[in-house]
Design a binder for this molecule. Structure first.
Ligand code: GLU
Ligand code: MG
Length: 446
């Protein structure tokens, strides 16, 4: 869609308020609402935000060594018409995602959406396109009035009861997303008490990320309206299963007409390019963890022996691994399982595509599958299979990201600098915090 088409569409849909939105390095949507009279200038030239906004962390603190201070000027948020969607929960309101541009209108290297576009173009120049489907898990909670939260219900996993107890909410979410142009492929009751999962249908990577962001927003809005709090944080309570963001990936020809991921030779393997792409994801696993799980909290989820991966290997029917190749026949594709919903999704997908492309270029062999649940094998067996650990902490993962030529290169120097600044600051704040566990263990112990 072009600029004029977007303006016509806004008129036709009766939109009077346009939320012009960008996503910061925590993946959080920043927005300004623009009234109808200003649509043309907002759509053609973009609107102004302070660059300094991009150097605040998840708790709205600016690190003392921030690069973008109050004197760092502005960036322009220029709408991408293709990301247009109505916001049915807000009357006469629509949203549009944006490119961050320099004040002269040229692309800004710090822009996550622009970085993803570049990764998509690199893949196309190599003769491929990709499709992605993002599958977030989340909890529906009820505040208990004293600062804690309880689950929305006690329904068991994957049950009809789990759907029945929140039926109105499920319909609201799926139908609202439909009005926004997001096709939901499934909604289910996950393993944890009060935990659910929703998947959008696979799409080209930019649309897949836009759809995912719509999905997260609609789940939150609809849950709030129904009296729940929806949370996507990786580990809400130590004893509850974590919330993942599984990314389903497949490789296609440049026109997107032919799926190149499955092998033609049999019904269960991947093609050479599919295997090499997966080899690249395994090779760059540590750096991708820095992008996919960028909070201290995420490392409480990535534990071996849970259904969240703690090690680097792939398997077919194995949900304990970092990569699963699900299905047979045309359904075969690559499911990347370590990421969570605190990622910056444009940068995370950028990293995944760049790592996969690097695998294709170097014909990286992913090795044989490991088909056992890693929580139930001996350390010797793990060693013999040559299986390594995923980073065990955020600092380890961020160092790996910084040191990975391919993934850091795709994120780009400027975006990476801001991303690392914020994430390391968040870790530093966390490290100063005294955890209730510490009082339980030490307060009266010595
Ligand atoms: N909840 C698990 C995680 O945090 C994933 C469960 C699943 O396989 O869907 O990774
Ligand atoms: Mg799941």
């Amino acid at each position: 869609m072009g600029t004029e088409e977007l303006l016509e569409r806004l008129e036709r849909d009766g939109v009077e308020h346009l939320w012009v939105t960008y996503h910061d390095y925590s993946g959080v949507a920043g927005a300004k609402s623009v009234p109808k009279e200003r649509f043309r200038s907002a759509v053609e030239d973009g609107i102004v935000f302070a660059r300094a906004n991009l150097n605040f962390d998840a708790t709205d603190h600016q690190p003392p060594d921030a690069h973008l201070l109050a004197d760092s000027g502005d960036f322009l948020a220029v709408p991408d018409p293709d990301s247009y969607a109505l916001l049915p929960h807000y009357p006469r309101t629509a949203r549009v995602h944006t490119w961050m541009r320099l004040e002269d209108g040229s692309p800004w290297e710090a822009c996550p959406r622009t970085r993803l576009l570049t990764a998509i173009e690199d893949l196309r120049d190599a003769g491929f396109s990709a499709r992605a489907a993002l599958e977030p898990e989340f909890y529906l909670l009820v505040p208990d009035g004293s600062g804690g939260y309880g689950p929305a219900n006690r329904a068991r996993m994957y049950t009809q009861t789990g759907l029945a107890l929140v039926d109105g909410l499920v319909r609201e979410i799926v139908e609202t997303l439909g009005e926004m142009g997001v096709a939901v492929s499934q909604f289910d009751k996950e393993y944890g008490v009060g935990q659910y999962e929703i998947t959008a249908r696979h799409a080209p990577p930019m649309k897949a990320v836009d759809d995912y962001l719509s999905l997260r927003q609609v789940v939150r809005d609809a849950a709030r309206e129904a009296g729940y709090v929806a949370t996507f944080m990786p580990k809400v309570y130590a004893e509850w299963p974590g919330n993942s963001l599984h990314v389903h990936l497949s490789l296609w020809d440049p026109s997107g007409g032919r799926d190149l991921t499955p092998s033609e030779a049999d019904d269960t393997s991947l093609s050479d390019v599919g295997r090499w792409f997966m080899g690249g994801l395994l090779e760059h696993a540590a750096a991708l963890t820095g992008l996919g799980s960028p909070t201290p909290n995420g490392y409480k989820r990535l534990q071996p022996g849970s259904w969240a991966p703690g090690n680097v290997y792939w398997g077919r029917g194995n949900r304990s691994g970092m990569i699963r190749v699900p299905g047979t026949g045309r359904r075969r594709h690559i499911e990347h399982r370590s990421g969570d919903n605190t990622c910056q999704p444009f940068l995370f997908l950028t990293g995944l595509l760049a790592a996969g492309l690097d695998g294709i270029r170097n014909e990286t062999d992913p090795g044989p599958p490991f088909e056992k649940d890693i929580g139930h094998v001996t350390p010797e067996e793990i060693r013999e299979a040559g299986i390594t650990d995923l980073p065990r902490s955020l600092p380890e993962a961020l160092d790996a990201l910084e040191g990975d030529r391919v993934v850091a290169g795709a994120v780009g120097e400027e975006a990476l600098k801001h991303f690392l600044l914020i994430k390391r600051h968040e870790q530093a704040q966390y490290d100063l915090h005294v955890h209730p566990w510490e009082r339980d263990a030490y307060l009266e112990s010595n």
